[in-house]
Write a protein that binds this ligand. Structure first.
Ligand SMILES: Nc1ncnc2c1ncn2[C@@H]1O[C@H](COP(=O)(O)OP(=O)(O)O)[C@@H](O)[C@H]1O
Ligand SMILES: [Mg+2]
Length: 321
């Protein structure tokens, strides 16, 4: 049922020794939607997932899934959730099918049922051909799909995905996105963590941005981008000596002064209001001034820029690298 709160996190804190991994974090995930926890390495994403999936206790605050308290009713929670992640928890030496049947056994499915459920999931995740091969022969993308399949054996209504596509090549990433979308279209509630703005944008209905254990922003992907100031236009001109003049000509299309990088010759406008419209106007204005463009790109802010604008740090700096 939509419009209902599936996951509620209120003022949750968690420390490991002196490290405050989560500091009074609050957020909600709605039933049938995808909530993204977006943040750099070390932000506290996995800690939040481990608390919600009952793997570790919280220090203070309150968390519920479908109204059930995660601290008080771990066994009940484990019946209604699935967990898959960055580090595929499947046995290398078993086949895909054996892995799924094993998980079925762990959930006390009857043998026959475990077998039919495995078959169904192998089909669903496009692993039929590889079903009877050892997992150690699988590609990274296949392992993640198998891990995702394993988290669904019990038909949980709420699924946690901890950085499901980190380390995957672009094609496998898009394949996994499709799998996740199809689960959501069947009514599943998903909480996923990611470091990738694009992934958050593609998959999530709502986002919670966390950094250093704290929620620093939340909203729909569009709301976040708008709050970050919109798109950027980057270009350079064929005659480098005209760069300064070009920057002056296009300045009116951006909210802040254009920046010019002398080494690459790149002029950046940020942010621009209506991207494609501004792009057309910019090309026209330069053309009218007789300035020829070498390269031109309109793009959304990157995750780096999101963090730069929200925290003054890039994700790497925030991570202490
Ligand atoms: N078991 C642990 N022991 C000590 N520190 C931990 C442990 N788990 C996580 N941390 C620390 O808590 C912070 C948040 O980590 P984590 O939740 O794994 O972040 P993320 O998943 O966003 O990369 C980091 O500083 C990390 O080093
Ligand atoms: Mg993590």
């Amino acid at each position: 049922m939509s419009g209902e709160i599936a996951i509620a996190v209120e003022d949750v804190s968690k420390s490991f020794g002196k490290t405050e991994a989560l500091k009074r974090v609050s957020f909600q995930a709605m039933t049938g939607k995808v909530l993204g926890l977006l943040g750099p390495n070390g932000a506290g994403k996995t800690t939040a997932v481990r608390i919600l999936t009952t793997l570790i206790p919280l220090d203070s605050g309150n968390a519920t899934i479908q109204g059930i308290n995660v601290s008080a009713h771990g066994a009940q929670i484990r019946k209604i959730i699935g967990l898959a992640g960055q580090y595929a928890a499947v046995d290398e030496y078993l086949t895909g099918r054996e892995n799924l049947e094993l998980v079925g056994g762990l959930y006390h499915l009857a043998r026959k049922e475990a077998r039919s459920r495995s078959k169904e999931l192998l089909f669903k995740f496009d692993l039929e051909d590889a079903a009877d091969r050892q997992v150690k022969t699988y590609s990274g993308g296949m392992r993640r799909r198998l891990d995702l399949a394993a988290s669904l054996v019990n038909r949980p209504p709420v699924l946690f995905l901890d950085e499901p596509t980190t380390g995957l090549d672009p094609r496998s990433r898009i394949g996994l996105w499709d799998s996740i979308r199809s689960l959501v279209s069947e009514g599943m509630t998903v909480l996923l963590t990611t470091q990738y703005l694009e992934e958050a944008d593609q998959l999530c209905d709502n986002l919670v941005v966390i950094d250093h254990g704290q929620v620093i922003a939340n909203g729909t992907p569009d709301e976040l981008k708008t709050s970050l100031g919109g798109d950027l236009i980057e270009f350079s001109v064929i005659k480098r000596e005209l760069s300064q003049h070009a920057a002056e000509v296009v300045a009116k299309f951006a909210l802040s002064a254009p920046t010019f990088e002398s080494e690459s010759g790149q002029i950046t406008l940020r942010p621009v209001g209506d991207g494609t419209h501004s792009l057309a106007n910019l090309v026209r204005a330069l053309d009218e001034s007789g300035i020829a463009i070498a390269g031109l790109a309109l793009r959304r802010p990157s995750l780096d820029e999101v963090f730069l604008s929200l925290t003054g740090n890039s994700p790497d700096e925030a991570n202490g690298n």
